[in-house]
Design a protein around this ligand. Structure first.
Ligand code: CTP
Ligand code: MG
Length: 335
């Protein structure tokens, strides 16, 4: 048989794909960990309903959005209707309740941009962060979760990208690199752009889910079980997708002009977002629009130095996936 150019490429990925899938499988939390998390959350829920009438807990972040790897911290949002107390005061009150329940390592970070209380549950060893009245995070976690139900390749790709980012130390917002949340949005956007598309744009479909958080209206199509076949005419494997993902961020993305937007399922210009210049500490050197808080650029934490680090890491990853004889090891090598 005569091999075509595309076939040669396919063969390159044929060896890569099982290697990457086995890395992915090792990252999935085992059932006993999921059970442990449930047990912990039930306990926390009882504690709050007993000691704080009217307060409710919501799960968000990686435990709620289906992108949680083994041993992730648990993110919880406390929802309470209290106009007279500041978020810092509410966090202090929560810390008091946790103290009376003998939780360990309790730290109330009341001066952080988003005040939280951090602690460890001595029974399960689980680390938990609780923030207050941050319902947008609960809603965007649901959006991510709903996208993950459309095509299994999103979860595979995002696990590998998150794992890579942690190993290479480019998942540290306090040092100017990107949050896990930003990386998952980059993966969703990337799969929306494949031809044929692997993911739809849920926010441009007829809404079946609508909530208003503060002034922000969040609406999208959430009957995702009807979309299970959406991406099936695209046969790309996660090996190919991960390679193209890094190719894209290494050499195709227009860092000067372009904004990626999961909300619209496409690209916007920095001009139309007015993200063309530095304002305060926000530099917009890589632009990732938040799907609901659309004035938020998740790349705003990236500075002159960390953009270089990031782009060098994208290039390194792309090169390894194309050339290395043992790509799965080199790719995730700790920095
Ligand atoms: N979040 C947000 N805006 C940001 C960063 C985070 O709204 N700029 C919210 C999102 O709801 C996200 C959650 O905070 O799901 C947790 O963020 P992050 O820790 O980045 O993601 P996780 O999925 O929890 O990843 P990890 O496994 O690394 O903890
Ligand atoms: Mg988290």
């Amino acid at each position: 048989t005569i091999l075509m150019k595309g076939d040669v490429k396919r063969q390159e990925f044929e060896a890569l794909n099982p290697l990457l899938l086995s890395v992915y499988k090792k990252l999935i939390p085992p059932p006993e960990e999921v059970l442990k998390q449930r047990k912990f959350l039930t306990h926390l829920d009882r504690l709050v309903s007993r000691d704080w009438g009217g307060a409710k807990l919501f799960l968000f972040g990686s435990c709620a959005n289906d992108f949680g790897v083994c041993n992730s911290d648990i993110d919880v949002c406390l929802s309470v209707d209290d106009e007279h107390s500041s978020k810092a005061e509410l966090v202090m009150k929560m810390a008091g309740i946790l103290r009376s329940d003998n939780m360990q390592n309790i730290q109330a970070l009341t001066h952080a941009r988003v005040p939280i209380v951090k602690f460890t549950d001595p029974d399960t060893g689980i680390n938990c962060d609780i923030c207050v009245n941050n319902m947008l995070a609960v809603v965007n976690s649901k959006l991510l979760h709903d996208y993950s139900q459309v095509d299994p390749r999103l979860r595979q790709l995002a696990f590998l990208v998150k794992h890579w980012a942690k190993q290479r130390q480019v998942n540290e917002t306090y040092r100017g690199t990107l949050s896990s949340y930003a990386y998952v949005l980059m993966c969703i956007h990337f799969l929306q752009q494949r031809r044929p598309a692997i993911l739809p744009c849920l926010q441009s479909m007829q809404p079946t889910y609508e909530v208003t958080v503060g002034k922000i209206k969040c609406a999208y199509f959430d009957k995702v079980n009807t979309l299970r076949n959406f991406g099936c005419s695209n046969k790309e494997t996660v090996g190919e997708l991960l390679t193209h993902f890094f190719d894209y961020w290494a050499s195709c993305h227009d860092y000067t002009r372009s904004v990626i937007s999961v909300r619209t399922g496409g690209y916007l210009s920095k001009d139309e977002k007015d993200w063309t210049r530095r304002i305060g500490n926000e530099r917009h050197l890589i632009c990732i629009e938040d799907p609901f808080e659309i004035t938020h650029d998740l790349g705003r934490v990236v500075d002159r130095n960390s953009i270089r680090v990031l782009r060098d890491e994208f290039k390194r990853a792309a090169k390894i996936l194309h050339q290395d004889s043992n790509p799965a090891t080199a790719l995730f090598e700790p920095f």
